[in-house]
Structures are given as structure tokens and as C-alpha cells.
Write a protein that binds this ligand. Structure first.
Ligand SMILES: [Zn+2]
Ligand SMILES: [Zn+2]
Length: 297
């Protein structure tokens, strides 16, 4: 099947998955009363999910992987080339998931690597969109290591969109605000039950639940933190134990230099920049009201 057609199919599946997960969050919420437009929603959607993903896809595929592909001869190591597509997908799914477990674990124990991972932990309200919040450098490292082998080892071109779709689906699932019990499948498949605790601000979970797709790594390597099943056994503290900027660019600047976001308001240029977002949203709301005069405010 041509890659374009697979891209269309995977996009349709992804859209259905988003609708399904949003509905699931409303029907069986893990934390009741979590607003759909929660704190940081627009930053995660506009900056991380749409703009950052769009530019990083071009950078990673066209400017990092492509030169590697064209400047070296990879034909002698393309051992996956004649495998069935399903086997290729499973192979890259499992090997990359083990890598991501190990790298994620390292990020929690290295002060330097934590700087490019803390953004992912900064949200105080976790839902299906929270997984998108990742530092630029974290994505560049992880996605290059993810997709370069698929291309360089000679996998079928359709493996890329299939793998990208599964990443997005799992990313949404493990962060979703849903109450889910997987039974004995929990030893294999990761779920919000484990990963949402990874986003809680407690010492005992800071070095636990590193898995992304397969929970088996946490169980096998002794890093699982399983919550009890008493009704009150929900985390109460979320996100980071220190102030983290709310603005996309400042979230990245914070990984280089520490500062208090609000204190920057004493600078005129920053006040103008900071006032832009509410001004744009006010302008859009007014335009919307003018074009829909019957809409209640
Ligand atoms: Zn983490
Ligand atoms: Zn996460």
C-alpha cells in the first residue's frame, strides 16, 4: 500500500481515537471535575501539538535523518527489509520502547537531562493532551533515535506513519484522565493508572513508572509504583514542586537559566509580549461574538 494512503488511514484512526478518549474522559474520569480547557490547554495544543510537532518533523526527517541516509551506504545492515510489515512494526515498537524506558529513567536521575524533561512534568492537571508537552531537545533526541533506525535499517516506508500513530495513541491513553483497570494485561500494557502517578509530585513516584507503552519494563526492572485500591488513594499533589513558567518560550528558556516568570513583568518589552496572548484571545472572542450575535457570553 502506498505511504500516502497509509498516512490518510492513520490520520483518520487518530482523529477517531481523540474523539473516543475525550468521550471516555467525560464518562469515567480519574479526577472528577477536571475542566476540558484546563490550565495550559492552549499552550499544549497550539505550541506543542501543532507548531512544535510540525517544525520538528521537518527538522528530524529532512535535516537529520535524510543526510545520514544519503551520505552513507546502509544496504549491508538492512536486515529488516524482507520481514513482514507487522513484524517490523512490533520489532521497532518493542526496541524503541525499551530505549525510551531507559532514557526516561536516566532523565530522572541526571540533573542535566532533567532540564529537558521537567517541562513534561510541569502540568498540574493531566489529561489526554498533557503528553504533548515535551522540550524541543527531548523530542529531537527521542524521535531521531526512534525513526532513524526504521529508515536506515530498510523498513517499509509505511512503518513510519504506523509507528507515529501508535505513539500518539499511547501518548494520549497513558495521560488520559480516565479510570481504567486492565486486569492481568496491566503487566504488559501501560495505562493511566501507572503513568498518571508518575506525574504526581511525590518522592516515591519520582523514580518509578518510567514505561511508555509496555509496563513490563517497570515490572521486570523493579521500578513500578502501584497505587492501592482504597477510594482515597489518588494523588493530591501534581506537577513540579517549584514554579515553572506557563509560556512556551519561557519553558524552554527555563531549562537554560532559572528565573521567576512573574518577576519579568518589570521589563517593559516582556510586559508587552506577555500581554499579547490575552489581547489576541480577547480580539478573537470579540470577532466571534460579532459574527455570532445570538451567542451568549
Ligand atoms: Zn518522567
Ligand atoms: Zn507523561
Amino acid at each position: 500500500m502506498p505511504q500516502e494512503r497509509v498516512v490518510t488511514i492513520t490520520t483518520i484512526i487518530l482523529v477517531c481515537w481523540v474523539i473516543f478518549i475525550i468521550a471516555w474522559e467525560r464518562i469515567a474520569p480519574y479526577r472528577k471535575g477536571l475542566a476540558f480547557f484546563r490550565e495550559g490547554f492552549w499552550t499544549d495544543l497550539v505550541w506543542y501539538t501543532l507548531i512544535q510537532s510540525y517544525f520538528l518533523k521537518i527538522l528530524i526527517f529532512d535535516y537529520i535523518i535524510q543526510p545520514f541516509q544519503t551520505h552513507f551506504d546502509w544496504s549491508s545492515i538492512q536486515f529488516v527489509k524482507h520481514w513482514p510489515i507487522a513484524v517490523q512494526v512490533v520489532f521497532f515498537l518493542v526496541t524503541h520502547d525499551l530505549y525510551i524506558y531507559l532514557f526516561h529513567r536516566w532523565q530522572h536521575s541526571s540533573k542535566l537531562l532533567w532540564r529537558i524533561h521537567e517541562a513534561h512534568h510541569s502540568g498540574k492537571e493531566i489529561d489526554f493532551l498533557s503528553g504533548s508537552r515535551s522540550h524541543v531537545l527531548e523530542i529531537i533526541i527521542n524521535q531521531t533515535i526512534e525513526f532513524a533506525p526504521i529508515i536506515l535499517l530498510g523498513a517499509d516506508p509505511v512503518v513510519v506513519p504506523i509507528k507515529a500513530m501508535l505513539d500518539a495513541m499511547f501518548g494520549m491513553f497513558i495521560h488520559a484522565n480516565i479510570k481504567v483497570k486492565l486486569g492481568s494485561l496491566k503487566y504488559l500494557i501501560n495505562s493511566p493508572e501507572l503513568h498518571i502517578w508518575h506525574h504526581a509530585n511525590y518522592k516515591e513516584v519520582f523514580h518509578a513508572n518510567f514505561s511508555t507503552k509496555f509496563a513490563i519494563w517497570d515490572y521486570a526492572l523493579g521500578t513500578v509504583y502501584e497505587p492501592g485500591h482504597s477510594p482515597g488513594d489518588l494523588p493530591e499533589n501534581w506537577g513540579l514542586g517549584y514554579n515553572f513558567p506557563t509560556d512556551y518560550f519561557l519553558q524552554h528558556a527555563f531549562s537554560l537559566v532559572r528565573f521567576e516568570e512573574k518577576k519579568l513583568l518589570k521589563y517593559k518589552w516582556f510586559k508587552h509580549y506577555y500581554g499579547l496572548k490575552p489581547a489576541i484571545s480577547k480580539l478573537l472572542t470579540n470577532l466571534w461574538r460579532r459574527s455570532n450575535p445570538k451567542t451568549k457570553s
